[in-house]
Design a protein around this ligand. Structure first.
Ligand code: NAG
Ligand code: NAG
Length: 227
């Protein structure tokens, strides 16, 4: 073996280390073996990284298309006609409202246990109504309208409360809040169920002196939170 034939390294600037003949041959053989091992392990790493990347990408796309979105609630109508008649007996008053619930998902059904609604005035419950007294399944992309009237004994608006409402009305508007509660779960591809979640939707309902929902609150999306 000749030292000259083994000098395959590019010439670098600066002083080169001195190796003896035998030592130098062993050194280069070692370098060749090492670089082969490096190349093989680099290749394996590249393959593993590529496989991980593809698996991650598929998981991300599945997650994007199957991730359940919460239902959307909109308050379409809310009226309290008795407010427009200051001399009406509060016992004969009624409230009616119209709420739409939309399932915005593509492949995800929503199961609701019963759906309840409560109207609040000054953070006190003044009336309740059941929107769905039994469990209810909503298909993907479905919108369902719920129309409800609360009256009689389930609406408590007499006494001081009625006086407060009349004074709010004189001031220009009366603020209510409609809260809708249900326990929901999602079903992906009609196959996999999520856990049950207790859901609350809050719809601000501000009516004018005529007892009708003011324009800025009509068709408003209600905020949702889970507990
Ligand atoms: C509920 O409100 C929507 C939008 O205003 C209306 O199209 C629909 O007819 C109403 N449904 C009922 C039952 O009042
Ligand atoms: C939405 O679902 C309800 C209840 O299953 C059904 O009565 C209604 O027809 C559906 N609406 C549409 C637009 O498919």
């Amino acid at each position: 073996m000749n030292h000259q034939h083994l000098s395959i390294e590019p010439v670098e600037n600066g002083p080169r280390p001195f190796y003896g003949r035998r030592q130098s041959a062993r050194y280069y053989a070692h370098r060749v073996k090492e670089s082969l091992a490096t190349r093989v392990s680099k290749f394996i790493c590249t393959v593993i990284l590529f496989v991980l990347f593809v698996v991650g990408l598929i998981a991300f796309i599945l997650w994007l298309s199957l991730r359940p979105h919460r239902p959307r609630f909109h308050l379409e109508e809310f009226s309290f006609p008795a407010l427009a008649q200051p001399n009406a007996a509060p016992e004969t008053a009624f409230i009616h409202f119209n709420v739409t619930i939309r399932n915005p998902n593509q492949k995800v059904e929503i199961h609701y246990d019963s759906i309840e609604s409560t109207v609040y005035y000054r953070e006190q419950a003044i009336g309740t109504a059941s929107l769905a007294s039994e469990a209810f399944d909503q298909e993907s992309k479905n919108t369902t309208v719920f129309y409800k009237e609360i009256s009689g004994p389930s609406l408590t608006v007499s006494g001081q409360r009625w006086i407060n409402m009349q004074s709010d009305r004189t001031a220009g508007s009366v603020s209510f809040r409609l809260e809708i509660t249900s326990v929901i779960k999602f079903e992906v591809f009609s196959r996999w169920n999520t856990k049950k979640h207790k859901m609350h939707a809050n719809c601000p309902a501000v009516v004018g002196p005529d007892g009708l929902l003011l324009a800025p609150f009509r068709d408003e999306r209600c905020s949702i939170y889970f507990t």
